[in-house]
Structure formats: C-alpha cells, structure tokens
Design a protein around this ligand. Structure first.
Ligand code: NI
Length: 257
C-alpha cells in the first residue's frame, strides 16, 4: 500500500472529485494521503477534508508564491489548528526563485517565520524549493535549532551532492512524477543518492502528472507509477518501495497511524 505524501485535494481541479478519489483509495492501493496547504484558504479546506476522512491528513502553510500575503494572524490561526490530530506538518513553505511571485527577501523572511511556527507546533516542515537550494540551506542553517521535528524536501529537484548537504539536517526527500519524465537524469541521480530510510513518494496532484498521463490531471493513485519507476532505478521490487516509503512517511509525519 502506498502513501501519497503530497497532494492537493482542495485544488479546484480535484475538489469536485475529492470524495470519489478518497473512497477509491483502498482499491487504488493507497493507505493514506496528505493534502498540503499553500495559503490560509487551502490549509483550512485541507483540514476540513482530513477531519472528515480517516485516511486523509493535512498540512498548514503559506507557499513562497504567496509569501507577500502571509501575516501574523494567519500564523496564529495555524498554531491553534496545529494541535488537531489530522494536522501532521507545516508546509508547503520555502523559496521559489523560478517564478519569483513574491520578493525574495519576503520569501526568506516568511520561510524562516514558518520554520519557527513548526518548532512552536512541534511539527515537521514540508519544503517547496525551486532554483533556490543554496539560499534554502542558508535559511535552514540560520534556523537550525528550530528545525527539530523533521524536514521534508518535497518534489526534490536538487543535485545528488546537495542531498548530502541536506543530510546534515536529517532531511527526507520526496519524489514524484518528474522521475518518470524522459529528461530525468539529474532527478534519478539524486534519487539514487538518497538513503533508503529517507525516501518518500508523492504526486503533487493535480500537477506533475507522471508518464504516460503527462499533460493530463494528476491523481493520488498515480503514485503507483512513481513507485514503479523508483523501483526500476533502485533495483527494488515495487512492494519493497511501497513498504519502505510508507514507513518513512509515518516516521517523519509521526501523527499518522
Ligand atoms: Ni504542492
């Protein structure tokens, strides 16, 4: 059974189908999913879905894209909600210098502030990092003592060398549809460099749809396609990949049962 460690059931493309997606999880080989927040609204909506469904968990966070809309009132609200049994992490938070939708200094400040929030809530962080791995490490080093409940690099797109840098933070790494793409050589090298006990699977649905459905809407059930590719690359059986990654997910997001 797989766990999709990063999906967006509240996205407008998936929300109309969310009930059906969740009810077919056992038939699709899914033991659980984490629906990830990216702003106040999606975080609150994710908690509502998680609260209503046994095998759905959620995270609360403000994405770097929306960093310039983050405020103390939102963090305060997140802090109150974080004690809910279904809230397993703070995220997705981080830095995105590819789209640069919020000023970079604001992104760094909001990232650091939410690392502190995770520390206050005793929760792991789920990081979104694009074209900003160097600055991400700098922020993490500055906040090192507050990164004491676990770190996940979601949709990891950094290098194999960088995997070793993040190991200093005992980080976990999640891989998704990108490892099924033709031009995935760099991602596959990174995948191979990740210790087996630090590896997670995800879909990031409705985005990042794996081959052969690339270009269409992504769903949690396609995590099986990611697992098949990972198994091929790592020389493992799909069953072993499922077991190892599910155990890792539950160890990191330890409010999951
Ligand atoms: Ni995402």
């Amino acid at each position: 059974m797989f766990i999709d460690s990063h999906c967006h059931l509240t996205d407008e493309r998936l929300a109309p189908e969310a009930e059906q997606i969740i009810s077919s999880m056992p038939a699709d080989g899914l033991d659980g999913v984490i629906t990830v927040g990216y702003d106040r609204e999606s975080s609150l909506a994710g908690l509502e879905i998680a609260a209503a469904h046994e095998r759905v968990w959620c995270t609360l966070g403000v994405h770097p894209h929306d960093a310039d809309k983050a405020d103390e009132r939102t963090y305060e609200e997140f802090r109150t909600l974080a004690s809910d049994a279904k809230v397993v992490g703070i995220g997705e938070i981080g830095l995105d210098y590819y789209y640069d939708l919020s000023p970079r200094d604001v992104q760094r400040e909001v990232f650091a502030r939410q690392i502190r929030l995770a520390h206050e809530c005793a929760l792991p962080v789920c990081l979104h990092v694009r074209d900003a791995y160097g600055d991400c490490l700098d922020v993490m080093k500055a906040c090192r003592t507050e990164l004491d409940h676990g770190v996940l690099l979601h949709c990891y797109s950094g290098s194999a060398e960088m995997v070793r840098e993040f190991a200093a933070f005992d980080a976990y790494f999640a891989f998704g549809g990108a490892i099924t793409f033709k031009n995935a050589r760099r991602n596959l090298e990174a995948l191979a460099a990740v210790p087996r006990d630090r590896l997670l699977l995800e879909t990031d649905c409705p985005y990042m749809t794996p081959v052969p459905f690339r270009g269409k809407t992504n769903y949690p059930r396609y995590v099986a396609l990611v697992a098949e590719r990972a198994a091929e690359v790592l020389g493992m059986s799909v069953e072993d990949v499922a077991e190892v990654t599910s155990n890792n997910t539950k160890r990191l997001f330890n409010k999951m049962k």
